[in-house]
Design a protein around this ligand. Sequence first.
Ligand code: PLP
Length: 372
Amino acid sequence: MSDVPGHQATILTADPGAGYRAHAGAIDAAVARVLRSGWYVLGKEGAAFEEEFSAYQEGGYTVGVANGTEALELALQALGVGPGDRVATVGNTVTATVTAIRATGAEPVYVEIDDATMLMDPAALAAVLATTRVKVVVPVHLYGQAADMPVIMALARAHGAAVLEDCAQAHGARGAGRLAGTWGAVAAFSFYPTKNLGALGDGGAVFTRDAALAEELRARRQYGWRERYVATGPGRNSRLDELQAAILRVKLPHLDAENARRREIAGRYLAAWGETGLTLPVTAAGREQVFHQFTVRHAARDAWVRALRERGVVAGVLYPVPVYRQAAHARDDVTLAVTEAACAGVFSVPVHPGLSNADVARVIAAVQEGVV
Ligand SMILES: *Cc1c(COP(=O)(O)O)cnc(C)c1O
């Protein structure tokens, strides 16, 4: 927080410190419990968190890993993805989605997004699948809204492709009555501190309802061991440690209430900003958002961001450049007009549950006064 004397504190896009303070007593106790236990990696806390997260997902298997990027990578590898394979995803995501795909040796195939939701467009996916052999489809449930999963699942099934859901921004989101992460063969979650369910360091998980796939993932996250000290297949080290697991166990029971608070704040913004000229977020029919971000669009995005900054509100730009236009992943053969227009116009205003009602009122006023 930057406090200029005589001014109110700046309101940040994300505030993991507030997430700690809201549960400080319980987190401190959980951390002390782990420190005294003498067991710090893959122990009781991790196993209990995996059980509790699986219960939250309404049944299945959770495999805790080191972070969301490795959750994606391990899930792809467990699905058999390797060099020469193609994996379909979107261009408007955090770089990590593509980092993970390319780490397996596979090539990303970029699918255009829907202009209203900024999520993978099923019609565009259908066109890609008709001409390209794709091993796995990775829809990204961006900003806290699930992609159009019933249609994406049907298309993938018809073309023999598996589905890996990138749920890093969608803990608790629903579509057609189902939780994000329960549609595809497997789902990847991140518990980076700013996520809707955030640790106080790095963390991630792979979720699946397939027992054999869960078994494979458990081996892969620890050197390929299926029994201690004996590797029977490929693996690496990607473990969720006991401190982070214990902290996540404190925070998980509050996830639904915190998501509800995000929705309540979003509802106030939607009610207040109809006349601002901003394109406001759209929730598709049958979906329940968890507003990881409250992302709006405007052609004069940079002027908006400056105007809000002058009024003490920090807006994030997620994401300014499609992954296929970033130097490390540049692809001259890809042009997706809707994706590029979205990246040029988006900005996200603070919507996290650490905001007080007074903060929310300040954000509302800053946007109303900041109109450019
Ligand atoms: C945060 C995020 C990731 C990566 O998670 P890390 O834990 O930072 O590795 C992947 N995909 C999306 C959509 C994300 O938001």
